[in-house]
Design a protein around this ligand. Structure first.
Ligand SMILES: Cc1ncc(COP(=O)(O)O)c(C=O)c1O
Length: 378
């Protein structure tokens, strides 16, 4: 990468000193005697549950975000024959988890402004086989949880929030991960709360679901060598829990840094060409896991930025129903026009805590130059 290149994402020592704290926590955990579960994981679980505001609830640390969804689905009793409503434009893990427990994913269109599913779009997909809805707080913006919870209550459905991209975001002042019956998140390194490897958590205020999830992630054992159910091995790694305990203390600061950078983009790029900038709905906050812009010139803009040494990403280039893996669902192009439009026009600009003003100014300037060079009316 050239010296003045701007990465899409890079880890910086932000807030300053966090890297040292993480190193110290790692060293301390590495010289301890407990490497599987233990005090460090328990402490993190308590701190994370408190941060998510799970009331009297609990967090259960697991191996990654996919497993968190699987554990949540299993705990909720989702099984073959059940249908689970999922966004057509989510990251593949959400849908894979549904298939993994033998249930049928029912894709629904997102709202064209927020890119999240709504009670309205979900309602159309409810059948007598529907067991659960998985709202995904995509890119870091909370879904309209009040209406979704009302819809679920009216049809006796379970809600499993996928808040992998939105740790710290709120709806009506309440953190995401605290609305659904049992919820799942990921600590993939680039997430707003990221580990130094894989990690995830399930969060719930329901004592029975908590007990199931705790057992299920650890071979189904209630006590050592006493197995009540057939579980899996998906435990949050102890060293990752040590890292996450440090980073959790800075989650608000990390999110504030993302929000500040997002405000600059929103301000500087307004009325630029045909760009559609992120929209934050009433009652929702956005923690900008991803700063997604849309343009019909997406591919040309991405190439232009690349020539200028600016890396970008696309979340996501192929919607779920057009993935080869999901050909069995039997959809063709045109089945989900909103999801397809998003896949064809979305571009994610560089945004990460510790990104400098100078770096961001270069991105803004390059985007503007792209449209000036096109020299057209918009
Ligand atoms: C919305 C969403 N759900 C689930 C996952 C799965 O998390 P993991 O990669 O930790 O398995 C991710 C991210 O990777 C995600 O963005």
């Amino acid at each position: 990468m050239p010296i003045n290149a701007i990465p899409y994402f890079v880890f910086r020592d932000f807030p300053e000193g966090i890297n040292r704290e993480v190193e110290q926590a790692l060293m301390q955990a590495a010289t301890g005697n407990s490497f599987i579960l233990g005090e460090e994981v328990e402490a993190f679980e308590q701190e994370f549950a408190a941060a998510v505001g799970a009331g009297t609830g609990a967090a259960i640390g697991v191996g990654n975000g996919f497993d968190a969804l699987v554990v949540a689905l299993k705990a909720a009793g989702v099984s073959p024959g059940d249908e689970v409503i999922v966004p057509a434009n989510t990251f593949i893990a959400t849908v894979n988890a549904v298939v993994h427990v033998g249930a049928t994913p029912v894709l629904v269109e997102p709202d064209i402004h927020t890119y999240n599913i709504t009670a309205e779009t979900a309602a159309e997909a409810i059948t007598k086989h529907t067991k659960a809805i998985i709202p995904v707080h995509l890119y870091g913006q909370a879904c309209q949880m009040e209406e979704l919870m009302q819809l679920a209550a009216a049809h006796e459905l379970i809600v499993i929030e996928d808040f992998a991209q939105a740790q710290g975001a709120t709806f009506a002042g309440k953190p995401v991960g605290s609305f659904g019956h049992i919820n799942a998140t990921s600590f993939y390194p680039t997430k707003n709360l990221g580990a130094l490897g894989d990690g995830g958590a399930v969060v719930t205020s329901d004592a029975e679901l908590t007990a199931f999830a705790r057992m299920y992630r650890n071979y189904g054992q209630e006590q050592k060598y006493h197995n009540k159910i057939v579980g899996i091995n998906s435990r949050l790694d102890t060293l990752q829990a040590a890292v996450l305990r440090v980073k959790l203390q800075y989650l608000d600061a990390l999110n504030a840094a993302r929000q500040r950078l997002a405000q600059v983009y929103l301000q500087e790029l307004q009325s630029t060409g045909d760009l559609i900038l992120p929209y934050t709905a009433p009652k929702c906050t956005h923690v900008y896991h991803i700063f997604n812009i849309r343009t019909k010139y997406r591919d040309a803009l991405q190439s232009y930025l690349k020539e200028q040494g600016i890396s970008t990403a696309i979340h996501y280039p192929v919607p779920v129903h057009l993935q080869q893996a999901y050909a069995f669902l039997g959809f063709n192009a045109g089945a989900f026009p909103v999801a397809e439009e998003l896949a064809n026009t979305s571009l994610s600009l560089p945004l990460f805590p510790g990104m400098t003003d100078l770096e961001q100014a270069r991105v803004v300037q390059a985007v503007k130059e792209f449209y000036q060079s096109k020299n057209q009316q918009w």
